[in-house]
Design a protein around this ligand. Sequence first.
Ligand code: FAD
Ligand code: MLT
Ligand code: ZN
Length: 492
Amino acid sequence: QRFAHTPTRNAGFKQLTSADIEQFKSMLPSETILATPAVGGSSDPVELEGFNADWLNKYRGASQLVLRPKSTQEVADILRYCNENQIAVVPQGGNTGLVGGSVPVHDEVVLSLRNLNKIRGYDEVSGVLACDAGCVLEELDNYVAERGHTMPLDLGAKGSCHIGGNVATNAGGIRFLRYGSLHGSVLGLEVVLPDGTILDNMSLLRKDNTGYDLKQLFIGSEGTLGVITGVSLLTPRRPAAVNVAVLGVSSYEQVQVAFKLARQRCGEILSAFEFWDASCMGAVLHHHALRNPLSSEFPFYVLIETSGSNKSHDDEKLSELLEELMEAEVVEDGALAQDDSQIAKMWTMREGIPESLGKTGATYKYDVSIPIPVLYDVVGDIASRLEAAGLYKQGDTTRPVKLVCGYGHIGDSNLHLNIVADKFQDKVTDIFEPFVYEWVQSHRGSISAEHGIGLMKRDYLKYSKSSPMIDYMKRIKSLFDPKGILNPYKVV
Ligand code: FAD
Ligand code: MLT
Ligand code: ZN
């Protein structure tokens, strides 16, 4: 889709010709190339649709060429050729990104990592995993689960997203509270730079203080500095006992009280503390075969998960916490999962929200960090602005905006503010952009807690980074990618 702020095509980038396709054919097996007749290939453009459109169906490029290399060397050959010929490239993992970073803006070549999907090694003593960047997160989790471990991150897109994409976006997710950021879990990376240089930094060690830690630059670089082809990371022991409870809460103030008490009583076993509001619950129950496990509807819902090594100890601690929350009337009703199937259903109630909102309409997503006490206020402020503009009225589905709702990782001060409209249009966007970024800045928050900048927030980076910082980011970009061929128009 084209928006008022969509950047114009950089005329300095070469337009592909059949001669370029012939060059790629000499580097790669033919089954790894999808090229349309427009550039001298024979693939049906429909086959490229899935690579050109993003998960939200908000951003759509017009790439005529998708390359799916099977080795790091092939990635290096592709990039060297593109760099020499000024051909723009967008690296793509599972294409589940939510900021328009994973799809072309114009006719960039899509470099898909999906065929780089082998596990390179696993040390069951240290729990260190080394794998290709195109391995799917859930498949890696299944692999390490068989060996008694867990991946240090988990997110609703686990069935499609790649570990390379997770690293490139510095994905957060629902285990962040317990295992922290990928900046801590990732031990090493193999990265191909735009000129074809392979930076082999696949360390398998936790400790390595030999000067600048270059891999950190690529964590969260969103495909703008290099293409990640290999990842090594630490996988913690899989917890032996997991408990999940869903609670009904009458106000956002009480959500905070519940969080404080959960940390106080269950700190060492608390592995997730998520929340969502009534609008999210309505959407998820409408679109999933689930029923509300609570006796009635509430303004807010909380999901608490504990993960520990001793089931009876954890059961006792969580039950005590729930009793205390009910007695103090912090929580009005609660349900404790009795088995794995109930645990999965409760998680679907939370993780199914993005998909359910997507089925409801065109979803604008703002993924922000805000100090917990004021975190939910922005939802009301945005709703009021839309109401004042006549675009939204709660419960009135004839208005252009159907829902304004919030959910997220309370434990990490991370709100997902979502606005669901009948379609993406500048008239609607202008009501909350740049207002939402100004709001976040005025509360010393971050305009991206976990999804990144991509194309969506490129022009708003200044709300979270000072101009000297942006200047240094640009210098780093030109150091690694002097010709600017890698994921152009994104981030900086
Ligand atoms: P893509 O979407 O393909 O790419 C994302 C960015 O990384 C792009 O800029 C791309 O160019 C770059 N990139 C991808 N692979 C590479 C590579 N190998 N080398 C260099 N650059 C690369 N995110 C969270 O942080 N937390 C969540 O809880 C969360 N939940 C989600 C739930 C759903 C249902 C969905 C659809 C998305 C969710 N996301 C979440 C967002 C998204 O899944 C993550 O950003 C994820 O890490 C992206 O991985 P991917 O492989 O799909 O990358
Ligand atoms: C989540 O926490 O569900 C994800 O970050 C996706 C989203 O924000 O919708
Ligand atoms: Zn999230």
